[in-house]
Design a protein around this ligand. Structure first.
Ligand code: DGY
Length: 321
């Protein structure tokens, strides 16, 4: 397909994705990969038919009402859509899509990395080696937690959660999960469903957050729920920082209530709560869950498939509003 539709692309995308954009659309690319302010994005959207944003652009209700009337679609280069006010988009008749499925494997890999990094004190160990402070080996040196045979609780047994469950089973973990609804038992592969999160938390040696940030889940892991975890548990978050009350998590990491946390996402990224950096029992990554070549290409192509459908008058496969 080849159209004259103008697409504002907010960040630098993989070359193959930009090539397809140039072939099929009139893209307004961002070769310098600069983070646009809301006003810049609005100015760039003048006369555009669609916007292809990432989670780094906050499309609040205020921004959406100010978008030019020409904008018919927001095709996100992300599975998460918490950066878009979906109700405001619906009110304006703007179609919004995301990119599910294609990043589940990559994100689950990072969840396992966070889990292992936190359990086996990977940050501490790496720092020791790099700083030349590693002097000796002894039976008591750098002893961490073994995850084999431990119980993993997953909050959010969607696409990513299910892959995390499979990977964790490969490590001999027993999987439990909490979800709004029980998933098809054929997909559970032995995982135990808990309708009540409060009932599941006391069982979790490791807790992995894999649900989207919605009004229902924002602040989910507050001090009360962290308090329900067994002493010495590990918290892994590769979903969204907003699921966690930072002060509560940091207090639990400081007091030893929690053994460690493995985090790839944070409130207010990249200006994260400074105490995370100070703690030895945190394993911290910079929101790289989907950051593989294969996945970033696939995310771009999926977003373009959605745009192609919208402009061809078809229903896009990943419509969220
Ligand atoms: C997503 O797709 O939601 C990832 O967090 C990257 O934005």
């Amino acid at each position: 397909m080849n159209s004259n539709h103008v697409v504002v692309v907010t960040r630098k995308l993989p070359e193959a994705v930009e090539e397809r954009l140039r072939r099929d659309y009139v893209p307004r690319l961002n070769p310098d990969d600069r983070l646009y302010t809301a006003d810049e994005l609005l100015a760039l959207s003048d006369g555009a038919d669609a916007i292809m944003p990432c989670h780094t652009e906050k499309l609040t209700a205020d921004v959406i009402v100010r978008l030019p009337a020409s904008v018919r679609a927001i095709a996100n280069f992300s599975v998460g859509v918490d950066h878009v006010d979906l109700n405001a988009a619906r009110d304006r008749g703007i179609v919004v899509t995301n990119t599910p499925d294609v990043l589940s494997d990559a994100t689950a890999e990072i969840a396992m990395l966070c889990l292992l990094g936190a359990a086996r004190r990977a940050s501490e160990g790496e720092r020791l080696v790099r700083s030349r402070k590693w002097k000796d080996w002894s039976p008591a040196f750098m002893v961490g937690l073994q995850i084999t045979g431990k119980r993993l609780g997953i909050i959010g047994m969607g696409r990513v959660g299910q892959v995390v469950a499979r990977r964790a089973r490969g490590f001999g973990m027993q999987v439990h999960y909490h979800n709004r609804r029980r998933i098809d038992p054929a997909l559970e592969q032995g995982a135990t469903y808990h309708a009540s999160l409060d009932d599941m938390l006391p069982l979790c040696s490791v807790l992995s957050l894999n649900c989207p940030a919605t009004p229902e889940t924002i602040g989910l892991m507050d001090s009360r729920r962290i308090g329900l975890l067994p002493d010495g548990a590990i918290v892994v978050n590769t979903a969204r920082g907003a699921l966690v009350d930072d002060d509560a998590l940091i207090a639990a990491l400081r007091s030893g209530k929690l053994y460690a946390a493995g985090l790839d996402v944070y409130n207010n990224e990249p200006e994260i709560h400074p105490e995370y950096r100070e703690l030895n029992n945190t394993f911290l990554l910079p929101h790289i869950g989907s950051a593989t070549r294969e996945t970033r290409d696939a995310m771009g192509f999926r977003a373009l498939d959605n745009l192609d459908a919208i402009f061809a008058g078809r229903e896009p496969q990943d419509r969220v509003a």
